[in-house]
Design a protein around this ligand. Structure first.
Ligand code: E4P
Length: 219
């Protein structure tokens, strides 16, 4: 499963990229607002740090303006992935852009039928929002399992990009179901490394090693 980070914070993106485990980045208008940065400028900076797809979202609601915005955004860098909402206009835009070879992430997906539409529109990625789904009394992971089954049934190439991830359990279940990508806030990625027994184990080894009075030559 690929790991994307869901943020427009440059320091966080650099830290995650330095692990060598980062495959891409997703942003949205709320994350851009939170960064306080100029959209075009920060997106360019992110694309220079990460080789994989960097999702940049259109803000227009009609197809013609979405196409014009996408034209501007895709000039930022080759790895820009245009993010469009799951609406009729969004999917028209998706179909056109992917037909031209541009990567498209269809966002705000909340049902398996919507994911079917995104796949038929040729989306590179579909983003089901599991956290927001859970918040509203639905089962986000059940949605991911349904989408996986539908995409397998018809051999759709659209990648399932699990979004609105809130905790490591969402990540674990996504991997068990066979989702293609999880986009996570930096804190969730960091949480994946943590285990109390790892910390305790290190503590024990460090203490016992000190008793030996030895050191491993580093040069
Ligand atoms: C995905 O691309 C979205 O930017 C994101 O995952 C939304 O997450 P939220 O529900 O925590 O805002």
């Amino acid at each position: 499963m690929k790991f994307f980070v869901d943020t427009a914070d440059i320091a966080d993106i650099r830290e995650m990229a330095d692990t060598g485990l980062l495959d891409g980045v997703t942003t949205n208008p709320s994350l851009i607002a939170k960064s306080g940065r100029d959209f075009m400028e920060v997106t360019k900076e992110i694309c220079d740090i990460v080789d994989g797809p960097v999702s940049a979202e259109v803000v227009a609601l009609d197809h013609d303006t979405m196409m014009k915005e996408a034209e501007t955004l895709r000039k930022i860098a080759d790895n820009v992935c245009i993010k469009v909402p799951l609406t009729i206009d969004g999917l028209k835009t998706c179909k056109k852009l992917t037909g031209d070879g541009t990567q498209v992430n269809v966002t705000l997906c909340f049902s398996a039928n919507q994911s079917l539409l995104a796949a038929k529109a040729g989306a590179t990625f579909v983003s089901p929002f599991v956290g927001r789904h859970d918040d509203n009394g639905f089962d986000g992971m059940e949605l991911i399992a349904d989408i996986r089954q539908i995409y397998n049934n018809y051999n759709f190439g659209t990648e399932i990009l699990v979004a609105s991830v809130r905790n490591p359990v969402h990540v674990l279940k996504s991997a068990l179901i066979g989702a293609d990508v999880a986009t996570m806030p930096p804190a969730v990625i960091k949480g994946l490394f943590k285990h109390i027994l790892t910390d305790k184990g290190i503590e024990g080894f460090v203490a016992d090693w000190a008793k030996t009075g030895q050191s491993i030559p580093t040069q």
